[in-house]
Design a protein around this ligand. Structure first.
Ligand code: PBG
Ligand code: ZN
Length: 327
């Protein structure tokens, strides 16, 4: 059928028609809100490159988490800023570490909100890398043991799900084994299966105070030019027992989201990372773009590409806009 019999505009002519033929929907159920828990008390410090996002001590985390829960967002993803850092990231797997204390507070004081924890070393090491350093590089196999201990300590503190972001080979298997051996076989693993070495993480490193003190993360995170490698990474994490796989960053890697959606029948998450957030916020603050419209369009693009779960710093804004029936 060709023009003039076919007129694509016929079903675009009214909002009711557009609603009837809309292929992709966005819901508050799709969202996860990342939070930065800082050691101490009375802390609520805005991250300068991420307007609206704060480093907060536990009492403020609890208060904001209640707000998040009341907006209908199902989960938060926690990052920790410890009191002290050292070469082996001891706070990461201490039962009294910043994250463990935060999990306990959230589980005691906020019902009906899933607590997911980032499992990595970079927030806890003084060198800022995601594992143990040997001969000037991150050593894979000795890091696995610490990651497994970290995940276990999160589960013991009450975490509902763990999310390893380190990109060591074999970490999902190591974590799964450790959790299972200790009676936590029902705790799911959301694996940062496909995580690229990205410039878009810049603002996060200010937020989490986790900038590498030497070198970069290219020996463990993926090369942005690679697509087939993403399929191999996802396959190995699924094989090792990942329950949810993730692509990170989001917008520059929508092709990869679609590849994984086509290839695997697993729940798929996408991480709309700090730099993506900062670009929208920065442009919106200058009046260069319509923030609500651009954010909702961005979220819809993640769903259209095939993501089930969107981890985003925009989550509260999105929940507010959806609540007003905007999309
Ligand atoms: C830690 C971690 C990072 C992010 C999530 N977990 C930073 C990094 O790998 O350097 C990035 C999140 C963001 O930019 O919002 N490994
Ligand atoms: Zn890390």
């Amino acid at each position: 059928m060709f023009f003039p019999q076919f007129r694509a505009r016929r079903i675009r002519g009214s909002e009711t028609f557009r609603r009837m033929v809309r292929e992709t929907s966005l819901s508050v159920n799709d969202l996860v809100y990342p939070m930065f828990s800082a050691f101490g008390s009375g802390i609520r410090k805005e991250v300068s490159s991420m307007p609206g996002i704060f480093q907060q001590s536990i009492e403020h985390i609890v208060a904001e988490a209640k707000e998040v829960r009341d907006m209908g967002i199902p989960a938060v993803l926690l990052f920790g800023i410890p009191e002290t850092k050292d070469a082996v990231g001891s706070d990461a797997y201490s039962d009294n570490g910043i994250i463990q204390e935060t999990i306990r507070a959230l589980k005691n004081e906020v019902q009906g909100l899933a607590v997911i924890t980032d499992v990595c070393m970079c927030e806890y090491t003084d060198h800022g890398h995601c594992g143990i350093i040997k001969d000037g590089d991150v050593d894979n196999d000795s890091t696995l043991e610490l990651l497994a201990r970290e995940a276990l300590s999160h589960a013991k503190a009450g975490a509902d799900m763990v999310a390893p972001s380190d990109m060591m080979d074999g970490r999902v298997a190591a974590i799964r084994e450790m959790l299972d051996e200790n009676g936590y076989d029902s705790i799911p693993i959301m694996s940062y299966a496909v995580k690229y070495a990205s410039g878009y993480y810049g603002p996060f490193r200010e937020a989490a105070e986790s900038t590498p003190q030497f070198g970069d993360r290219r020996s463990y995170q993926m090369d942005p030019a690679n697509r087939l490698e993403a399929l191999r990474e996802a396959a190995s994490d699924i094989e090792e027992g990942a329950d949810i796989i993730m692509v990170k960053p989001g917008l520059p890697y929508l092709d990869i989201v679609r590849d994984l959606r086509n290839e695997y029948n697993m729940p798929l998450a996408v991480y709309n990372v700090s730099g993506e957030y900062s670009m929208i916020k920065g442009a919106a603050q200058r009046g260069w773009i319509d923030e609500e419209r651009v954010v909702l369009e961005t979220m819809t693009s993640f769903k259209r590409a095939g993501a089930d779960i969107i981890i985003t710093y925009h989550a509260k804004d999105v929940a507010g806009w959806l609540g007003r029936g905007k999309i």
